[in-house]
Ligand binder design. Structure first.
Ligand SMILES: Cc1cc2nc3c(=O)[nH]c(=O)nc-3n(C[C@H](O)[C@H](O)[C@H](O)COP(=O)(O)OP(=O)(O)OC[C@H]3O[C@@H](n4cnc5c(N)ncnc54)[C@H](O)[C@@H]3O)c2cc1C
Length: 393
């Protein structure tokens, strides 16, 4: 950064760039640790331009991707409950979760393995039993499903707002509508050049979601940003679509994978197709318009797995995935700057992990090794081993 930091600006313990799910959780956690924190967000908080919007996110323990994710998930459940206690409001609603597909598919086998490895309660249900117990669903009767009672939904915009509120309560300075154009580090201090001037911190956390490839050169070859579309369907049965009757689900249907979310607050049942149209994009240049192909794909997905959804979505919106090849997260020190932490908790399944990601970032800031090694891919070459796993919600 070629501009001097004004004398009147303090040196913060940590500057956090990006106040989506991860940046807001990390700012909150660091403020609780007693650090002086500056959080910077280019849009409003929350916003609908990155990866943390759309009313609902799945949280689940039967983690088909790898049972290593279960301990950080258990920690993250505790994080959400603690946040709720301090907020005096509900952010996490338990619905139970379903992982449905052909018997022996990676999704069903993996979900069951996670339950067995961590002694979680679960039940194996046939497709027919799923349709009988949960009338919202009409899954293939020949398929099988793992039902796990702890699955549920988080409300992402409210979660982000609450993390920021609690960060501010503990003294964090959070500036919205401030864009970071560049950053640097001299080893002792990191600097950010922004639309509101230059700021300095002893540490810098970069948590810019789908903007990470632009902000961190070394990540550009490791991350792919992808356009996703969520569709909301009016329900033909108000009771069966409610969170207390509608478990969240991941469903395998041939090559396709769907995720389904109950109706929250009358918005409608939400349906997503993982990978949607596999449209690689740029966070600033992405086409956010919804077209007829998007709507037709969502309608076909709803027809394949739901009994009570209107034939076509009444609303749809884009959202961005930031994918690693392994589907695992990156939470690591920058390979060239030990005081800069890079966080990309991504690949379409990161939201639920806010508490564990905040822990891991806090560990790195405190100078230690990070917890929860199993959920990181080590893609930066600094830690861990990359392991293959498919992403989902
Ligand atoms: C459609 C969809 C469905 C999903 N479903 C699930 C699910 O069911 N369960 C689940 O656990 N996960 C799910 N995920 C994944 C999860 O939502 C993401 O992993 C998570 O939201 C990522 O948060 P983030 O903070 O990394 O990114 P973001 O929320 O995008 O936050 C990054 C922030 O950084 C800001 N920023 C970027 N560059 C700058 C800059 N230069 N200066 C200042 N600010 C900057 C951005 O404006 C943005 O607000 C889903 C994702 C999508 C897209």
């Amino acid at each position: 950064v070629g501009v001097a930091v004004p004398d009147s600006n303090p040196t913060y313990d940590v500057i956090v760039v990006g106040c989506g799910a991860m940046g807001s959780a990390i700012a909150c956690h660091l403020a609780r640790m007693g650090k002086t924190v500056l959080g910077l967000e280019q849009f409003g908080i929350p916003n609908d331009r990155g990866s943390s919007h759309g009313g609902t996110r799945i949280i689940r323990l039967a983690y088909a991707e790898d049972s290593d994710y279960v301990p950080p998930l258990q920690r993250s459940y505790a994080w959400w409950r603690e946040l709720e206690r301090e907020a005096g409001t509900r952010l996490l609603t338990i619905t139970g979760s379903l992982d449905v597909g052909p018997e022996g598919s990676w999704l069903c086998a993996g979900a069951k393995d996670s339950c067995l490895a961590h002694n979680l309660p679960y039940a194996l249900l046939s497709g027919r039993e799923i349709n009988r117990r949960f009338p919202a669903y009409r899954v293939d009767e020949a398929h099988t499903g793992v039902w796990q009672p702890d699955g549920g939904i988080l409300e992402p915009e409210r979660c982000v707002a609450e993390q920021i509120r609690q960060a501010r309560l503990r003294g964090a300075t959070i500036l919205d509508h401030v864009t970071v154009s560049e950053w640097s580090s001299d080893g002792d201090r990191a600097f950010v050049n922004t639309s509101a001037g230059v700021f300095a911190g002893r540490h810098l956390v970069l948590a810019a979601g789908p903007w990470m490839p632009k902000l961190v050169d070394v990540l550009a070859p490791l991350l792919t940003v992808e356009r996703q579309v969520m569709g909301w369907f009016e329900s033909t049965d108000r009771i069966s679509s409610r969170p207390d009757h509608f478990p969240v689900a991941n469903l395998l249907d041939g090559e396709q994978r769907y995720a389904t979310y109950p109706d929250v607050g009358g918005a409608g049942i939400k349906v997503m197709i993982s990978g949607h149209r596999h449209q690689v994009c740029d966070a600033d240049g992405v086409d956010r318009r919804i077209d007829a192909t998007d709507l037709a794909l969502l309608a076909a997905a709803a027809r394949r797995c739901l009994a009570i959804a209107a034939p076509r979505p009444h609303h749809a919106a884009t959202c961005l995935y930031t994918n690693t090849a392994s589907g695992r997260f990156i939470v690591d020190r920058h390979p060239d700057h030990a005081n800069v932490v890079i966080v990309s908790a991504c690949s379409g399944h990161g939201f639920k992990f806010c508490g564990a990601i905040a822990d891991a970032a806090g560990d790195l800031i405190a100078g230690g090794a990070q917890r929860w090694g199993g959920m990181h891919g080590g893609q930066t070459g600094n830690s861990g081993a990359e392991a293959a796993s498919a992403s989902s919600h």
